[in-house]
Write a protein that binds this ligand. Structure first.
Ligand SMILES: Cc1ncc(C[n+]2csc(CCOP(=O)(O)OP(=O)(O)O)c2C)c(N)n1
Length: 377
C-alpha cells in the first residue's frame, strides 16, 4: 500500500486595512456610514474607559483591572454583527463589545470593585458577564449553541478567549462539542501573544491557533486583529455559516496587549521595549481614524467632538457610580450570598448568619468606640 498525503483544508490569513490606514479595495466590506461611526465610537469609549480605569486603580478607587487597549478592533468588528437575541460571551478584554451591547461604565466599575451588580446583564440582551476563570466561558458558549440547535433557533453565539486559554482543556472540549453538534458558535481568539508572562511559543508548537480548526472539523482563519475591517469580514462570514446550519468557526485575531496584563503586572520583566514599540505602530484605532477621514465619513473635528462627548460621559458615569458604591444597598457584604443559589445549601446559610452576626457586632463596636471617642472630646 502506498503512502499518500492526506488533503487538509488550507488556513487563510486576512488583512484589509494596514497600519498606515491603506485599504485593500478588492477586500473592503460595504458598511454604511452610521455603522462605521458606531464602531469608532465604541472603540474610543472602550479605550478612554480603559485609561480612566487605570488611573482610578492607581488612586485606590478601583480594584485590579485587566486593560483592553489594543483589543478594540477584534471586539468591535465582531460584536457589531450581533442582534439582541444573539449571545455575547466574553472573557475580560472585550470592553468595546460589552459597551456596545449595553453594558455600562457603571457595570465595569462595579464589577472590578467586587460588586455582584456589575455582573448583571443589561435588559434586553442575552449576554453572559465578564469571565475570569480562563476558558470556562467557552463551555457555556458551546452548550448554549447546542441548545439553540436543538430548539431550532436562528441565532448565534459569539464567544472570546485568549491565546493562553487555547491551551486549556475546556477550550478543546468546547471546540470539539460545538463541531460535533454543529452548534452556531463563533469562537474568537484574541491572540495577544502572551498569557501573563508566558509567550505563545512556550505553550504551543503550531504556527497559528487558527489551524487547530482543521483538527476539529470546522473552518478557521487568522485575521489581523488590529484591523477592524478584517475582523468584520471574517465574523460576518462565520455568522452566515452558523445561521445556514453549517456550525462553528474558529477565528484567530493576531494582536498585542499594549498594557500590563492587569494593573498588578509589570511587563518590562518579560517583554522588550523594542517589541512593544513595533506593535504600538500597529495599534487599531489610529489606522481606523485615518480610514474614516480618507473615506470622507468623518473629519478630524468630528472625531475630536466625539472624543469630548465620550470623556464627558465617562466623567458623569464615574461620579454616579462612586455615589452608588457608597450606598447601603451595595456596600452590604451579605449580598455576596444572594446571587449563587435559588435554594441556598445549609452550610452557606450558616456562613451567612455567622457573617451577619459579626457585622452587627462590629457595627455595635464602632458605635461604642465612636461614643467613647466623642466622650474624650
Ligand atoms: C482557570 C484559570 N487558571 C488560571 C487563571 C489565572 N490567569 C489569569 S489570566 C491568565 C492568562 C490568560 O492568558 P490568555 O488566555 O492569553 O488571555 P490574556 O490575559 O492574554 O487576554 C491566567 C493563567 C485563571 N484566571 N483561571
Amino acid at each position: 500500500m502506498p503512502r499518500k498525503p492526506i488533503e487538509l483544508p488550507k488556513i487563510e490569513s486576512l488583512s484589509i486595512l494596514d497600519e498606515d490606514g491603506n485599504v485593500d479595495k478588492a477586500l473592503e466590506p460595504k458598511i454604511d456610514k452610521d455603522t462605521l461611526k458606531t464602531m469608532l465610537r465604541y472603540m474610543l469609549l472602550a479605550r478612554r474607559t480603559d485609561e480612566r480605569m487605570l488611573l482610578m486603580q492607581r488612586q485606590g478607587r478601583c480594584g485590579t483591572f485587566p486593560q483592553s487597549s489594543g483589543h478594540e478592533a477584534i471586539s468591535m468588528g465582531s460584536a457589531i454583527h450581533l442582534q439582541k437575541e444573539d449571545w455575547h460571551i466574553p472573557a475580560y478584554r472585550e470592553l468595546a463589545g460589552l459597551l456596545y451591547r449595553g453594558w455600562t461604565i457603571e457595570h465595569t466599575l462595579l464589577y472590578w470593585n467586587g460588586f455582584e451588580e456589575g455582573a448583571r446583564p443589561p435588559e434586553g440582551v442575552n449576554d453572559l458577564p465578564v469571565c475570569v476563570p480562563i476558558a470556562s466561558q467557552l463551555l457555556h458558549a458551546a452548550g448554549i449553541g447546542m441548545g439553540m440547535r436543538i430548539k431550532d433557533q436562528n441565532n448565534i453565539v459569539m464567544t472570546y478567549f485568549g491565546d493562553g486559554a487555547s491551551s486549556e482543556g475546556d477550550c478543546h472540549e468546547a471546540l470539539n462539542f460545538a463541531a460535533v453538534y454543529q452548534a452556531p458558535v463563533v469562537f474568537v481568539c484574541l491572540n495577544n501573544q502572551y498569557a501573563i508572562s508566558v509567550p505563545l511559543a512556550k505553550q504551543m508548537k503550531n504556527e497559528t491557533i487558527a489551524q487547530r480548526a482543521i483538527a476539529y472539523g470546522m473552518p478557521g482563519i487568522r485575521v489581523d486583529g488590529n484591523d477592524v475591517l478584517a475582523v468584520y469580514v471574517a465574523t460576518q462570514e462565520a455568522i452566515a455559516r452558523a445561521k445556514a446550519g453549517e456550525g462553528p468557526t474558529l477565528i484567530e485575531g493576531l494582536t498585542y496587549r499594549f498594557t500590563p496584563h492587569t494593573t498588578a503586572d509589570d511587563p518590562k520583566r518579560y517583554r522588550s521595549e523594542e517589541e512593544c514599540n513595533t506593535w504600538a505602530k500597529r495599534e487599531p484605532i489610529a489606522r481606523y481614524k485615518k480610514y474614516l477621514i480618507a473615506k470622507g465619513v468623518m473629519t478630524q473635528a468630528d472625531i475630536d467632538s466625539m472624543e469630548a462627548e465620550i470623556d464627558a460621559e465617562i466623567k458623569q458615569s464615574v461620579t454616579k457610580t462612586e455615589t452608588l458604591m457608597q450606598s447601603a444597598e451595595l456596600s452590604n457584604p451579605l449580598s455576596m450570598f444572594d446571587y449563587l443559589y435559588n435554594d441556598m445549601p445549609p452550610y452557606l446559610n450558616e456562613q451567612r448568619e455567622e457573617l451577619k452576626a459579626e457585622l452587627e457586632k462590629s457595627k455595635k463596636g464602632n458605635k461604642s468606640e465612636g461614643q467613647a471617642a466623642a466622650g474624650h472630646h
